[in-house]
Design a protein around this ligand. Structure first.
Ligand code: MIG
Length: 827
């Protein structure tokens, strides 16, 4: 073939290309050696065209699309050479947003696209994009025009966006970064990584959540950079007045999400990317895990010990050693001769069995799952068509392409047998994805990407999310109407629609406890409320003290699980001696008492997009000094928790947000808006209850559903003003709530010197089995004369603890309760 001489023949296409390049690079003399296009900044805006809620602006070469998503959300995309990629996103949920009205105006200087809440300005002279509120205050603006650069090796473009850091601006979000809550002055990468024994400021970790929140002058907004390639964020690290984000490929595509409150931003982001469906209620109980509990006799002994010691527990986790040679979906029959029988026995004791699963499928001709995957071409392939192979636990493995719905369905169906055996939940590990040695797949590996195609550069950061999605959907199908429970280590924005998550391989150190406190808050404001950390630390050995302090934080972690590495000492609640065992039991029991409250907070996340954990910076964003106070938070909106995260301390400083608070343990009343040094010996941590709250409480059970609840306890904390509290109830494990089979109860309390009123409004169609509430009223400032229920006097009202607590029983459907002060009300 004469081709082999490699003469430089010039085709008409090449000439055309050379001319385009020359034009872009402003070169007069085109050369046959064409260099890749180096950094190109958008230039002046030449034109705006409109199509409905989409606006296309061009500088003659590149196009920018501004799309109004809702009254408060605007998306910006850039097509370097004028051609947008087909629209597709794994992150975006299908929520239909509302747009009231869109106005466009043109001035000599800029184009302006406005909703009734925000406007986007594009400056004609230099293509600077900015976002303004209704009063035309600039909330966010470019500090350079968007820019791009050709990626000569892989194709596509590096795409960049630089924003101005507004005066005094701070930054939050980004998922699981192991750093202080405030991201100012730091730079981060999104590239899911197996970060065994990571440290403070290690980066990247497992998750890829390219969403951040900026706050300046007490106003918040969000930026969601929806791009799955390896991406980077710089929060004024390189240049003090600039914030940048960029990627190795794909499209510059970001959503500006308006506030002005951090809460609004987080709710809108969560609406955009979805929330977690309700988990089964037992999943909010206590989980005990270890790498690994085996054989069967050890697992049973563990279960019996919990029951014998009367320490509540709902779930036991089996790590990789339950498998036969680490082959997914198999059991090691030597260790677990009859899994169904064992799971049945555990279930009889009230335990759910959760098993781990990895994405790597062992290359083994005798293994039917490998055969099926290979024969159906479900495994990922290299760029030049060989199957992708690499070593993980089982040895050589191939990996399902979870970006293909056919593969996901296949994977999901593989859980059928597990479900029949009684497995109640699946823990998805190593899905960054991990390959020993190299870390992950080579970048040329191809992915289906729902038909939109991509190399591993594009699919890496969403691989884990699609794996757990496959798992979730498979469980959902095979468990029929029962809610699945899944955990995942990796994930991309939107992963919360399919799974809970944990913070991976942490260490048994005090700083790691602090990191866990910071990371769970960060995840929560990044759309992922249902998270936990390995209580006690994964690697290393905690002292009894550290273990208990971590357990105390665990009570307020949406996912409460003890887990540890194989080469560490045991981590059961009784491991550290009877003194610590008593404390572990006390706090695990507290978790079970608070379950109806935690469940209601979960519902508020699922249905209304409220994050479960709320940092001080969210509660009082107008106070900059709160931004660095990231070691206390509220769970839901009623309980403020200040975990103890230092060795040997018996008190800690707590900032109480404005308002009146009750000390959870001694019921004393404290005024917020200031700092206190709060006693915190090892048998307690500072917990405060917002005055006016109604906190529902369960009796301590050894596991969810151990017995019917005869009365629901309502703890009512008097406040001299109006407060609303919410409680959610349903059957706890089906999708009935999607058919409105649930109750949403609103308790409205209002107190004054004469009386305390409690109104109850009930919505929904569920009927709890109990008939009565037991109501406890704390902090009444007066002596009571009588209690009226729907206007009729109640008998059997007791006063305890020097008369300061009233206790009585009330029918569950009451509408109004009035506690009336005595004439001589000051006692
Ligand atoms: O290569 O399954 O983060 O929780 O115990 C380690 C064994 C694989 C990593 C997980 C950890 C789990 C461990 N896994």
């Amino acid at each position: 073939m004469d081709d082999l001489t490699n003469k430089k023949e010039v085709s008409p296409e090449m000439i055309e290309e050379v001319l385009v390049q020359a034009h872009i690079n402003q070169i007069d003399v085109p050369d046959i050696v064409i260099p890749p296009i180096s950094k190109q900044y958008l230039r002046n805006v030449k034109q705006l065209t409109t199509a409905g809620n989409r606006f296309i602006l061009t500088d003659g070469i590149s196009d920018v699309e501004v799309k109004v998503i809702s009254d408060e959300i605007i998306r910006v995309r850039m097509a370097p050479q004028g051609e947008f990629l087909e629209e597709f996103s794994y992150a975006i949920d299908d929520f239909k947003f509302h747009i009231t009205d869109i106005q466009t105006t043109e001035t000599p200087d800029y184009y302006r696209i406005s909703t009734n809440t925000i406007s986007c300005h594009v400056r004609k002279a230099d293509f600077y994009v900015s976002f303004l509120d209704v009063d035309d205050v600039v909330i966010n603006e470019d500090s350079r025009p968007m820019h791009w650069e050709e990626n000569a090796e892989f194709g596509g473009y590096y795409v960049y966006c630089s924003k101005k850091r507004q005066q005094g601006e701070h930054f939050f979000g980004l998922g699981d970064k192991p750093s202080d809550l405030d991201l100012l002055g730091k730079r981060f990468t999104m590239w899911g990584t197996d970060a065994y024994a990571y440290e403070r400021n290690s980066d990247p970790l497992y998750k890829n959540i390219p969403f951040y929140i900026g706050i300046h002058k007490g106003v918040s907004y969000g930026m969601f950079f929806d791009n799955t390639f390896r991406s980077y964020f710089d929060f004024a690290a390189e240049e003090k007045d600039k914030v940048s984000f960029w990627t190795d490929g794909g499209e510059m595509q970001y959503y500006y999400i308006h506030g002005p409150h951090m809460m609004d931003v987080v709710k809108r982001y969560t609406k955009l990317t979805g929330s977690h469906p309700l988990p089964p209620l037992w999943a909010l109980g206590f989980h005990q895990s270890r790498w690994s509990y085996y054989p069967e006799s050890i697992v049973k002994e563990l279960a019996h010990t919990f029951r014998a010691k009367k320490i509540p527990c709902d779930a036991l986790h089996l790590d990789i050693d339950y498998m036969d040679g680490y082959r997914c979906f198999t059991w090691n029959r030597k260790f677990f001769p009859n899994p169904k029988k064992m799971i049945g026995e555990l279930s009889g004791l009230g335990f759910k069995t959760i098993v781990i699963i990895d994405p790597g499928i062992m290359v083994d001709e005798q293994y039917w799952i490998f055969q099926e995957g290979r024969d159906n071409k479900y495994f990922c392939r290299r760029g030049d068509d060989y199957f992708m192979e690499g070593p993980v636990w089982p040895g050589r493995c191939q990996f399902p392409d979870f970006t293909n719905s056919k593969v996901r369905n296949w994977w999901g169906d593989l859980f059928k047998e597990f479900v029949e055996q009684g497995v109640a939940g699946v823990w998805n590990d190593m899905n960054e994805p991990v390959v020993f040695g190299k870390g992950t797949f080579p970048l040329d590996v191809r992915h289906h990407f729902e038909g939109y195609r991509g190399s591993h550069r594009k699919a890496h950061n969403i691989y884990g999310m699609q794996m757990v999605r496959a798992t979730y959907e498979g469980l959902k199908k095979h468990q029929r109407n029962k809610r699945p429970f899944t955990i995942t280590r990796s994930g991309y924005s939107g992963v919360q629609r399919y799974s809970s998550t944990w913070t991976g391989d942490n260490m048994a150190t005090w700083d790691h406890l602090k990191l866990a406190v910071q990371m769970l808050q960060r995840l929560s404001i990044s759309g992922i409320s249902f998270s936990g950390s390995d209580i006690g630390g994964f690697t290393g050995e905690p002292t009894g003290e550290l273990y208990i302090r971590w357990m105390q934080f665990g009570v307020f972690s949406p996912l409460m699980r003890v887990h540890s590495a194989g080469n560490t000492g045991a981590r059961e609640p009784w491991t550290f001696g009877s003194g610590y065992e008593k404390l572990a039991k006390k706090f695990i029991s507290l978790r079970y008492k608070l379950l109806p409250y935690i469940y209601s907070a979960f519902w508020e996340n699922h249905k209304y997009y409220f994050p479960m954990l709320r940092p001080l910076s969210m509660l009082e964003q107008e106070h900059e000094q709160n931004y660095s106070r990231d070691d206390e938070f509220t769970l839901g909106d009623k309980l403020l928790i200040a975990p103890v995260i230092e060795k040997g301390v018996v008190s800690r400083e707590v900032y109480l947000p404005k308002g009146m608070w009750y000390h959870f343990w001694d019921l004393s009343v404290w005024n917020g808006g200031t700092y206190y040094e709060v006693p915190a010996p090892l048998d307690t941590i500072p917990i405060f209850v917002k005055a006016g709250s109604v906190i529902p409480e369960y009796p301590v059970m050894q596991y969810v559903g151990e017995h019917e609840i005869h009365e629901m306890l309502l703890n009512v904390y008097y406040a001299p003003y109006h407060v609303n509290s919410f409680m959610f109830e349903d059957n706890g494990d089906t999708f009935g709530y999607e058919q409105n089979i649930y109750l949403e109860k609103k308790f409205e309390t209002s107190g004054n010197e004469e009386m305390l009123q409690i109104h109850q409004v009930i919505e929904g169609m569920y009927t709890p089995r109990y008939e009565y509430y037991r109501i406890k009223i704390y902090g009444l400032p007066f002596k009571f004369s009588k209690v009226l229920l729907n206007g009729k006097q109640l008998s059997g009202v007791k006063q305890v603890r020097k008369g300061n607590i009233l206790v009585f029983r009330a029918i569950k459907n009451f509408k109004k309760i009035e506690i009336i002060a005595a004439e001589n009300k000051y006692q």
